[in-house]
Design a protein around this ligand. Sequence first.
Ligand code: MLC
Ligand code: AMP
Length: 511
Amino acid sequence: MEPRGRTPEPLLDALTRGPEPRTIEIAGERLDPDRLLAAAGAVADRVAGAGTVALRAEACRETVVGIVGCLMAGVTVVPVPGDSGEAERDHILRDSGASLLLVPGDRVQDRDRRSGGAATPLLPVRVEDSASTSYPEPPGDHTALLLYTSGTTGPAKGVPVRRSAIAADLDALALAWEWTPADTLVHGLPLFHVHGLVLGVLGALRIGSGLVHTGRPTPAGYAAAGGTLYFGVPTVWTRIAREAAAARALSRARLLVSGSAALPVPVHRTLARLAGQAPVERYGMTETLITLSVRSDGPRRPGYVGTPLAGVEARLLGEGGQTVEADGVSFGELSVRGPTVFEGYLGRPADTAAAFDPRGWFRTGDIATVDADGWYRIIGRTSTDLISSGGFRIGAGEVEDTLLEHPAVRQAAVLGLPDDDLGERVTAFVVADGVDAAGLSDFVAARLAVHKRPREIHLVPDLPCNHLGKVRKSDLRADVTPITSRRRATGDRSPRRPRQPLTGGNAPDRS
Ligand code: MLC
Ligand code: AMP
């Protein structure tokens, strides 16, 4: 592993060297590697010297062209989720200081023109454009990507990701998974996070494998793609495990990989039976990239995320700061250190200071065990205010703040409740007058992002508070969880309702 700050070889060397003819297909549209280079060159010429630029990151060829163009020119790129609502988009544009917003050339939207309070000029990206200017490889410690991620409170924070961190992580993953140019990677994950973008696009481009992005991560799309290597979040694997024909179609693949949230043990077992192999699990964060993984040539143990990747150090700390015993039972907070770990949140020194210990270990906030073989198992989080839903990390505070912006809302408390499909579903308890649950869910979807909307909303007369006026979320959880379990046990499909008398029902789910 190379030391921090040095990129072992140009980040996208395999793309420019063109190792083998290969397929790149995004949402059903081919993108020949030469076309990608030429179109990205045209973007590079237009963004060169721009500092930081934003890009509306939808699952389309223009996203790949735009990102590669920025990386060629040594410009930091900020992917803005395609479904970002107004408040989230404005925050990302303002906080990042982006000087341009790249958008798919044939799909410029009215809302793009209003982005960032109309202050950010648009730059349409076109797959047909060409240029061949060559740019020097930027230094490894240059920020390639600025990724926005949720904390427990407040709006999302910017995580600067260095070129060398991406290169080190992808090279370590290639080793762990025997990922080579002979592979064709298939996935349908969003292109604005580590999983879908860093691993799922830059990984394929750096390693030189084929890439088929299925548009959406559906069981049918995965089954039809005929790849050798598949990436998915647990919700995707859960849905595939429920469709036996799709799961069986994956038996031709070399390797299935799961990450971004815990893979339920029954899903691991069902896929082992139907697809002839269970997914390897790997663990990571926006701040650290992927740090732990099961190896492709090793055993797969349900519930375990494997051992540290090459160059990464990991340890568990107990509440008193003591190192936790590697006995597979004692647990502590997982801390990591190494070349893939970021150096601090953009413009947030206090958050940065709180995230690292004095010796440079990053505190992940995840609780884990480690056994004598060095295998880690993630068993929870230190804060219940970070919700993991469909593989997205969603801050309860950000959703609560948004609900409170609604004129009819007086109080709001948000938590994640167990969900068979999503892992956790965003659930809101709201004290409000004259608004229904559907209206509140849409309100959040339109301001933050569709995936952050509460899937279940309880309109309640009041919220249980402690003597300091802080909402007792454990009481809210206790009120609804037994009802949820009973519904599962009896197959009851009547509207979900907490024990206390309520005035509202569930948010509709259009998915
Ligand atoms: C629903 N829809 C609405 C709406 N309600 N639209 C507008 N307003 C509303 N109120 C529409 C949506 O637009 C969408 O339409 C459809 O309903 C479903 O939306 P969804 O809720 O997003 O879909 P769902 O099926 O529930 O999503 C499941 C999922 C998704 C698995 C596809 O959660 C997902 O993509 N997860 C991946 C998360 C991920 O990549 N995480 C990586 C983080 S990196 P339409 O038309 O679009 O269908 C990381 C590091 C690491 O964690 O370790 O990897
Ligand atoms: P994000 O920064 O959005 O990528 O979310 C990172 C979080 O996802 C981590 O802190 C974990 O809580 C969770 N996570 C990622 N991979 C796994 C995994 N394999 N098992 C359990 N949790 C995971």
